[in-house]
Write a protein that binds this ligand. Structure first.
Ligand code: MTE
Ligand code: MO
Length: 424
């Protein structure tokens, strides 16, 4: 978290407290927690709570089907409710980019069926000249200058299950292993270009993209459609509105016809099935930057950390969990490491539970917003169970730690994972 992001969050909170920032669909207890943390009196809190529409109760039932369109064969995916995680062994030999049919899916509800022919993106808000609204069809976006880039989309909760499995800590949220990441080649138009054409003014501070999928309910509370404010500085930097993924039209599960791509940031920033973007001169809040996607727990402020932005550093082996490996035979261990910073510089691997470490051979240069493939030859000489470990260091000098500090929702796990195998 850079000090810029903290400063921005504090300023936004102050503006909110002054009644010049809006917060819709936020639970009352979150408002109160934020206000209490800032030492605001109950009278002010009451006034603010009145300006916030009451959250509507909505029935919530258990997820019955995944609600995902593409096939999810068991040798390629692990399904968690409405989400599907890529199995790492399925990535071996697939090249730098994750094929679309192997790419993980994280849906708050279900993949909606949208028709590209009558889809429109509405860009609106008081941060636009004369407060005017502009609509773009897919053909309009395709007629604008196109940009292509490789980038990862990775869930903020990727690796979450290791808080429990490795650190014995209970956290809430989808119990992902390490497969809630994919890297694709995306094609689209810069958000900066679209905002400029819509009449962006220099008074805009936040943009809020919102999805067309069903509203999301949590704990019986309707939180509304999936949306998360993005500071204007990031929006104008490297964010794309994408309509192609690895050379194909964006598939239904990944946001057809158009999604946002926010490179290096946690996956929730990359809103799928984009319907509208609000451009605001006052800071915005949604449940996705207040109650969710901040760090809570001992060691964090009561209102949580600043909203999460960049991803952390991780490594994974392209092997099944508990893989059997033949004794005395040469094996080529392969894997990938990735960082939300400037790219991976070195990877060290241990084949004996962390006692000895060997440099892995890297097959890609450091790439910001992407990953680096690596390999190590190993001929096991001792039979029995052991753990494989990979530890990456990025160009910013960050190295994966042995343990990730606890946070109650299990975000941003970055510790070295112990991958069990059996030699025999
Ligand atoms: N509209 C919408 N956008 C969304 C989501 C969603 O449920 N609805 N999930 C977010 C989350 S939490 C993640 S991690 C990424 C996952 O992108 P993918 O399903 O294409 O892999 O999409 C983000 N964008
Ligand atoms: Mo996510």
């Amino acid at each position: 978290m850079t000090s810029d992001e903290r400063t921005y969050d504090r300023r936004r909170l102050r503006q909110w407290l002054a009644g010049t920032a809006r917060a819709e669909g936020i639970e009352r207890r979150d408002l109160l927690r934020l206000l209490a943390a800032a030492g605001v009196t109950a009278a002010t809190a009451g006034a603010l709570a009145r300006t916030t529409p009451a959250a509507a109760a909505a029935p919530v039932g258990p997820a019955t089907a995944a609600g995902i369109v593409k096939p999810l064969p068991a040798d390629r995916f692990t399904v968690h409710g409405t989400n599907a995680e890529t199995r790492w062994q399925a990535l071996r030999g697939t090249g730098y980019h994750t094929p679309n049919d192997l790419f993980f899916v994280r849906n708050h509800t279900v993949t909606p069926a949208l028709d590209a022919a009558d889809w429109r993106l509405r860009v609106w808000g008081d941060g636009l000249r004369h407060g005017r609204t502009t609509e773009f069809s897919l053909a309009d976006l395709r007629a604008l200058p196109a940009t292509e880039r490789s980038a990862a989309v990775e869930c903020a909760g990727n690796g979450r299950s290791f808080f429990q499995r490795q650190q014995g800590e209970t956290v809430s949220g989808t119990a992902w292993s390490l497969g809630a990441i994919g890297v694709a080649r995306w094609r689209g138009v810069r958000l900066a270009e679209v905002l400029r054409r819509a009449g962006l003014t220099r008074h805009a501070v936040d943009v809020q993209p919102r999805g067309l999928d069903d509203p999301f309910a949590s704990g019986g509370i309707d939180l509304g459609r999936v949306r998360r404010p993005l500071p204007i500085a990031k929006a104008l930097d490297d964010v794309l509105l994408v309509y192609e993924m690895n050379g194909a039209p964006l598939p239904p599960d990944h946001g057809h016809p158009v999604r946002l791509l926010v490179p290096s940031w946690i996956g929730i920033a990359s809103i799928k099935w984009l319907g509208d973007i609000e451009v605001s001169t006052t800071p915005l809040y949604s449940p996705w930057n207040t109650d969710l996607y901040r760090l809570f727990g001992p060691g964090h402020p009561a209102e949580g950390s600043a909203p999460l932005t960049r991803q952390t550093l991780k490594s994974a082996f392209e092997l099944p969990w508990d893989a059997p490996l033949a004794l005395g035979r040469p094996h080529l261990l392969t894997g990938r490491s990735w960082s939300g910073g400037r790219g991976v510089r070195t990877v060290r691997v241990s084949v004996n539970g962390g006692a000895d470490w060997h440099p892995a051979t890297l097959h890609d240069p450091p790439r910001a917003g992407g990953w680096t493939r690596w390999s190590l030859r190993w001929t096991p000489r001792t039979a029995g169970p052991t753990a494989l470990l990979a530890r990456a260091t990025d160009l910013d000098g960050t190295t994966q730690p042995d343990r990730t500090p606890y946070n109650s929702q299990g975000y941003l796990f970055d510790a070295v994972v112990r991958h069990p195998v059996t030699v025999g």
